[in-house]
Design a protein around this ligand. Structure first.
Ligand code: HPA
Ligand code: ZN
Length: 319
């Protein structure tokens, strides 16, 4: 659906479509262990978050130069614009690239070549959010934050992603404190596969302003009450939840119950190249399968701008 909306939960590396992966593999002379795009697409059958992450990290091998990151981001922005996205807050995973020997500057400057001209080229305003890999150490996260200091004019906030269970938010207390001291906004994935207690910890220990996913809050009525009272935005990703088997089928997604409970929900695509759809496709899917009314869909679109890191005057332009 092309209603104007903001996308607040989008991993740029998760927008790598098979065709672009092969194009970049050719350009950079990287060997992929798949014969062609068809064979690669067949690998998109996931059991859980980790089975997806394995492929997600493997395919990043084709991203080598500033131009690769620029092409990746431009391809996403064009697709997002076509589906009504007017503003995108884009995650990237610096450690997934620096551990392969890339410079952080290659990633940030490459992305910025596309993001810096996105309003003019695609009609999409952008923010960049640097995520720490929670299955890497807190020391590595802190080193990444320090390495990012020269690029803070390009980075709006920090996030936390990758394998959730066994890596509670508290592990990153110091790095989030340091990020706050640098004036960075804070978000974190919590309650995707991890328990509701991780959501509480992300709020209380990391001071996050939004919770990415947050789906499992529904297991804890007191937490739901708190999230409603404090109007904490949740960045839900319905098609992702189905593909990663967090919910069995889309028809059983708790989004309608979450809206009925008064939670501030938004709908996003997460890793659209892997999960079968961009932001508009996610809106279409929940409209068709969950029978959301037009009023509910307008609420979701309105929430996406309210929960964004746009300034008030920019927000109004978006709607
Ligand atoms: N969850 C956690 N980490 C991620 C995801 C996700 O859906 N996508 C990319 N990194
Ligand atoms: Zn995510």
């Amino acid at each position: 659906m092309s209603v104007p909306k903001a996308e607040l939960h989008l991993h740029i590396e998760g927008t790598l479509e098979p065709e672009l992966a092969f194009e970049l593999a050719d350009r950079n002379r990287v060997e992929l262990p798949y014969a062609d795009t068809e064979e690669l697409r067949k690998a998109y059958q996931f059991e859980d978050l980790q089975s997806f992450l394995n492929l997600y990290y493997e395919l990043m091998a084709v991203l080598r130069t500033e131009r690769d990151f620029e092409d990746l981001a431009n391809a996403y922005l064009a697709r997002a614009a076509a589906q009504g996205v007017r503003h995108a807050e884009i995650f990237f995973d610096p450690q997934a690239h620096t551990k392969r020997g890339l410079e952080l500057g290659t990633v940030v400057e490459g992305l910025w070549r596309a993001l810096g001209s996105s309003e003019a080229n695609h009609g999409v305003s952008t923010r960049l959010i640097m995520c720490f890999l929670r299955d890497d150490s807190a020391e590595s996260a802190m080193e990444t934050l320090r390495a990012a200091e020269p690029y803070l004019d390009r980075i709006t906030g920090v996030g936390l992603d990758s394998a959730e269970v066994g890596h509670p938010p508290v592990k990153f207390r110091e790095v989030y404190e340091a990020a706050a001291a640098l004036g960075l906004r804070r978000v974190a994935h919590a309650g995707e596969e991890g328990p509701p207690a991780y959501i509480t910890e992300a709020l209380d220990v990391l001071g996050v302003e939004r919770v990415d996913h947050g789906l499992r809050c529904m297991e804890d009525p007191a937490l739901v009450e708190r999230l409603v009272r404090e109007r904490v935005p949740l960045t839900l990703c319905p098609l992702s939840n189905v593909r990663l088997r967090t919910v069995d089928v889309l028809a059983e997604h708790p989004l309608p119950a979450m809206l009925d409970a008064g939670l501030m929900c938004t709908v996003n695509s997460d890793d659209p190249a892997y999960f079968g759809g961009y932001a508009g496709d996610n809106f279409d899917a929940v409209r068709q399968t969950l029978g959301l009314t037009d009023e509910r869909l307008r609420e979701l679109a309105r929430n996406s701008f309210l929960a964004s890191f746009l300034e008030d005057d920019e927000e109004l332009r978006g709607q």
